[in-house]
Design a protein around this ligand. Structure first.
Ligand code: FES
Ligand code: MG
Length: 564
């Protein structure tokens, strides 16, 4: 078949000649597929920094497969440093990748990714550009020790924060914790946070080598996977195989179910909705909730379980999970190496203590749920497996915060009189609100209540929370308050009613009164220009994946990637 790159590189005129010279193509390289390596390694992103070490293996895999490698740098999205949130830039990087592919003679791409948003950015670009491609995900980091115990990234820091705020952790132990965390190796969070969840999702979407999720960063196994990824993408380019042939409804449904089985990140819910939006698949919250109803927690990894991600990989990773899920997965969906999930599951290790079977789960279904009601007409999401069972049917008074800084001060103000039964509401942190939907949803428990032993309260917001977080936290309320949602009309003292069994989230205020309350005018944005301005003007709500309206594909025709 004729390669895409032939439009640049084929022929004997001066233009083709200069294109070949630019790529330093030798005679032997002529007619070979050109495979880009999208390199997101960066010193500003510790989770992705070690990806640079895998480039040589990917290049060798591409050469061994009969292709020509072409590495190019990409903006790196790291959770640790980016404000207000790396999420603000997910769509920008998806565009950067898509436009780099559009403009250049690439027949395929290996996307190097690891930290939370770098993975979905690559998935969205792959879905839209639809040239041969796979992601190479950089693995999970080794756990540093703190007081003799391995530290789970994120999760154990949030636990320590509660201890510190309750007075149980002094400054010396807090500083010791910082030194321990500094000793962590490179790689992604070693808990089932967003990065690990997205690695699992990517694998089930057929967009990475099966068995690659959670493999330790720096391991020889990961180097072999890097080589294999390069070779596989050359094969795909030669065979004319593209991502959307694998990212089918069956694969998407499988990814949604697997997310529940791992007790995965609520952020992945937004990314999966965005993938559906790019590919024209059914991907609404109602569908997700239906898919989640009979999937228990099968994987015993923090924050919902006890182990770290390396244990999941050692127990057989996603193929073993596919085996454990059995009939809950559609075995006809195809993995990144072209094999069916039915075949991979048949060859995978049997269930173990870390990857359990549905009859011996870590906890019962559901682990994730979507709720709807007068407070969230278009839906909201909760990670049930990380919540307190006693709060899953709860009614309490709203305590409303309009921004994060006020919340951090007022929460601990004794005069605010917050009780354990109150419902903490944080708004103005949806996709448009801040903008970029920061991870403010898991508000800390007020100090006074921590001192009384309270460790969880019902919290509701239009923001997100880290995949490594836990608690009874309802997130992604849509429409968000900055888009005129009912959340913006709630006042201190209103009764909030949450009923997971009925999938309801309501504010018990007379509908006519609620409607008559003035919607607080959205705070005047300081973002009058540049990317934040473009983002605010075009971002959709969480159930639509917080993608930009002009990047989604409402019709099959509009999904078409137009060649330059
Ligand atoms: Fe990058 Fe967790 S902060 S993977
Ligand atoms: Mg995270």
């Amino acid at each position: 078949m004729r390669l895409r790159s032939a439009r640049w590189l084929g022929g004997d005129d001066e233009v083709a000649l200069s294109h070949r010279v630019a790529l330093r193509l030798t005679e032997a390289d002529r007619d070979r597929p050109v495979i880009g390596i999208a390199d997101t390694s960066s010193a500003l992103n510790p989770c992705n920094a070690s990806l640079a070490e895998l480039v040589a293996d990917v290049e060798q895999g591409i050469r061994d497969g009969g292709g020509v490698p072409a590495r190019f740098p990409v903006m790196s999205l790291g959770e640790d440093l980016m404000k207000p949130s790396a999420m603000l830039y997910r769509n920008l990087v998806a565009m950067e990748l898509e436009e780099t592919i559009r403009a250049n003679p690439l027949d395929g791409v290996v996307f190097l990714a690891n930290c939370d948003k770098s993975v979905p950015a690559a998935l969205l670009a792959a879905a839209s550009a639809d040239v041969a491609s796979l992601l190479l995900i950089g693995g999970s980091r080794a756990a540093p020790l703190f007081e003799g115990k391995p530290l789970g990234a994120g999760t154990d820091l949030w636990r320590a924060l509660d201890e510190r705020r309750s007075g149980a952790m002094n400054d010396r132990r807090w500083e010791h914790l910082e030194r321990s965390l500094r000793c962590a190796g490179p790689g992604a969070c070693n808990t089932m946070g967003t990065a690990s969840s997205m690695a699992v999702v990517t694998e089930l979407l057929g967009m990475s080598v099966p068995g690659s999720s959670g493999v330790p960063t720096g391991s020889p196994q990961l180097r072999r996977i890097a080589h294999q990824t390069g070779a596989l993408v050359v094969r795909q380019a030669l065979d004319g195989r593209t991502p959307t042939q694998r990212m089918t409804q069956a694969a998407w449904d499988n990814a949604v179910r697997a997310l529940a089985a791992i007790g995965g990140s609520t952020n992945a819910v937004i990314h999966l909705a965005a993938v559906a939006g790019r590919t024209g698949l059914y991907g609404d919250l109602m569908r997700m909730d239906r898919l989640w109803r009979d999937v228990p927690l099968l994987v015993d990894v923090e924050p919902c379980g006890a182990q770290l991600v390396a244990a999941f990989a050692a127990a057989g990773g996603v193929p073993a999970l596919a085996r454990a899920l059995g009939a809950l997965l559609d075995g006809d969906a195809v993995a990144g190496d072209g094999r069916s999930w039915a075949r991979l599951a048949a060859e995978a290790p049997e269930v173990s203590a870390v990857i359990r079977g549905p009859h011996d789960p870590v906890s019962a279904a559901p682990t994730l749920a979507a709720v709807f009601g007068t407070l969230a007409p278009d839906g909201a999401v909760i990670k049930v497996a990380a919540a307190s069972p006693a709060l899953l049917r709860h009614r309490g008074r709203a305590v409303v915060f309009d921004d994060y800084d006020t919340m951090r001060v007022r929460l601990d103000d004794e005069a605010a009189g917050i009780t354990a039964d109150d419902v903490i509401i944080i708004r103005g942190c949806g996709p448009r609100g801040t903008p970029g939907m920061p991870e403010w949803g898991m508000a800390p428990i007020p100090k006074r209540l921590l001192g009384q032993g309270v460790r969880d309260m019902l919290r509701v917001s239009d923001g997100r929370m880290s995949g490594t977080s836990f608690g009874t936290v309802v997130l992604h309320v849509a429409p968000e308050s900055a888009a005129g949602g009912a959340l913006g009309r709630v006042r201190d003292g209103d009764l909030i009613d949450f009923d997971l069994a009925r999938r309801r989230l309501d504010v018990l205020v007379d509908p006519a009164e609620l409607a008559s309350r003035p919607v607080p005018p959205p705070a005047a944005s300081v973002h009058l220009r540049g990317w934040p301005r473009l983002y605010r003007d075009h971002v959709q709500q969480a159930p639509q994946g917080a993608d930009l309206d002009f990047l989604t594909a409402p019709t099959p025709a509009s999904r078409r990637f137009v060649e330059p």
